[in-house]
Design a protein around this ligand. Structure first.
Ligand code: BES
Ligand code: MN
Ligand code: ZN
Length: 490
């Protein structure tokens, strides 16, 4: 799909459908008013119809009233003052686009004289592109009867002259963002028998192909052994699928500039290991690699946008299975950092693969590290499915991530990482245990990770509640690609 901004006369613009805005109370947008000035047709139609311009309502006219486009669609934008509509109403209205995209090959969306509160032109176009490209995506890899492809091939954004450039930049960024989100959803939804650690490493390799500014390297279990990654290997040892540590690098900035680091939990299936999970709903543990998927998705968007920054992404990919050689409760392992861990519960495996990835990524002397993980059920209890749990050892970094989440409509909530919680990880036999008891499970998981970051700004996003939806709409959400991309590019 192609999106292009143009500053041509909306009424003379040829398209299969021209979409023009009507504000709440049957108020006409700039283009609607100029079309109405010629024949009075719009006023007449509005006087006969229930449609009042409420956000998200629409009316497709079957007669031509003077426009060059085949069909004219009146789109309700809700309340407006001097053409400015609220973000919420704009989003609600954009919700109509996918249905139109199913029907029309070329849509022209008229935004002349229409602005969105707290959005500049670029941000509005980005929102249009993101909304459209994510809503047209469907997961159909395993459906024999493929759903019909949307008709839409071209969306033209009609605007004034000075908005053309920001509209084009915004829609380009919106499409790049959507491609990252959609990749994260695709990978997340793939079943555990397809999306293995090896599959993820193949995806990473394919992603950088043809991009001279990006490289990929995959550490084998043997190499991880040599590096002393005893915690990571204690998870993958129970599985026939070999664990993989995937390292992607993007160099768009100055050579000597420290990279920003992303680290993703890529447990491609989490049975709990010997501390086996109950059977009900266990299928959803195929989503336990959504942190990794969001890091890969973000990396994909970065390759599209090519910002002038350096990024290193590490994905800790392993399958957590029970077997004859699986790790047992009480086993003690030595992490790459040298610290020892008593594994009291093999179902707390995410922190085990992540701690070695965190130690490893510090070789790149990153300016900040953000790890992303479906880490704890306790985070779902605490925050539900609306906000990611955010933990950080650096106040300014936390503020940046919170702001990025707000700006990108992908919110996080700041959680405490206080020393008081650390003692819950005490072990009688090793430097620490891998679980911290019943209380504050999401906090103690973050406390565990914090012990592996030395003198570096670091933040942890617990996305256990936000990475996928359960029930009838079961599926990966692609979060927090929007937050991460906003953080990296702002
Ligand atoms: N992947 C799970 C966390 C999870 C559970 C995410 C449910 C989303 C929904 C993680 O590996 C896990 O099993 N965590 C345990 C930790 C516990 C043993 C301390 C949990 O949350 O129960
Ligand atoms: Mn687990
Ligand atoms: Zn897990």
């Amino acid at each position: 799909m192609q999106i292009q901004a143009k500053s041509s006369d909306a009424l003379k613009h040829k398209a299969d459908a021209l979409v023009i805005g009507i504000f709440e109370g049957k108020q006409l947008s700039e283009t609607a008013a100029s079309l109405d000035a010629e024949s009075g047709a719009i006023s007449k139609i509005l006087s006969q119809e229930k449609f009042t311009g409420q956000a998200g309502a629409s009316l497709t006219l079957l007669q031509n009233i003077g426009q060059s486009a085949t069909r004219l669609v009146l789109l309700g934008l809700g309340k407006a003052t001097a053409g400015e509509v609220s973000q919420q109403n704009f989003k609600t209205a954009l919700g109509k686009l996918p249905a139109l995209a199913k029907q029309y090959r070329h849509i022209a969306l008229d935004l002349n004289g229409i602005t969105v509160s707290d959005n500049d032109a670029k941000a509005s176009a980005k929102l249009v592109a993101k909304t459209l490209a994510t809503s047209l995506w469907q997961f159909s890899a395993f459906k024999t009867d493929k759903p019909q492809k949307p008709a839409l091939q071209k969306l033209t954004l009609l605007c004034d002259k000075k908005s053309v450039a920001p509209f084009n930049t915004g829609s380009k960024e919106g499409i790049a963002l959507a491609s990252g989100i959609n990749l994260a959803r695709e990978l997340g939804n793939l079943p555990g028998n397809v999306c293995t650690p090896t599959y993820l490493s193949k995806q990473a390799r394919a992603m950088v192909r043809g991009h001279s500014e990006a490289t990929v390297k995959v550490l084998s279990e043997k190499q991880m052994q040599d590096l002393g990654m005893g915690a990571f290997l204690s998870v993958s040892v129970g599985s026939d699928e070999p664990g993989q540590m995937i390292i992607l690098e993007y160099r768009g900035g100055a050579k000597n500039k420290a990279p920003l680091a992303l680290v993703g939990k890529g447990v491609t299936f989490d049975t709990g290991g010997i501390s086996l999970k109950p059977g009900a709903g266990m299928d959803e543990m195929k989503f336990d690699m959504c942190g990794a998927a969001s890091v890969l998705g973000t990396f994909q968007s970065i390759l599209d946008i090519k910002p002038k920054i350096n990024v290193v992404a590490v994905i800790a990919a392993a399958e957590n299975m029970p077997s004859g050689n699986a790790t047992k409760p009480g086993d003690i392992v030595t992490t790459m950092s040298g610290q020892t861990v008593e594994i009291l519960n093999t179902d707390a495996e995410g922190r085990l693969v992540l701690c070695d990835a965190l130690t490893y990524v510090q070789r790149y002397k990153p300016s900040a590290i953000v790890d992303v993980a479906t880490l704890t059920g306790a985070c779902v209890v605490a925050l539900g499915s609306h906000a990611h749990g955010l933990y950080s050892n650096d106040e300014a970094l936390a503020e940046k991530l919170l702001a990025a989440g707000k700006a990108a409509d992908d919110k996080a909530w700041h959680m405490p990482l206080w020393d008081e919680y650390q003692k819950q990880l005490d072990s009688n036999f090793a430097d620490m245990a891998n679980i911290g008891g019943r209380e504050a499970g999401s906090v103690t998981a973050a406390c565990y990770l914090s012990r592996f970051v030395k003198d570096c700004k670091w933040a942890h996003l617990d996305i256990a509640g936000t990475a996928w939806k359960s029930g009838g709409a079961k599926g990966a959400t692609g979060r927090p690609v929007s937050l991460l991309l906003e953080y990296l590019t702002s």
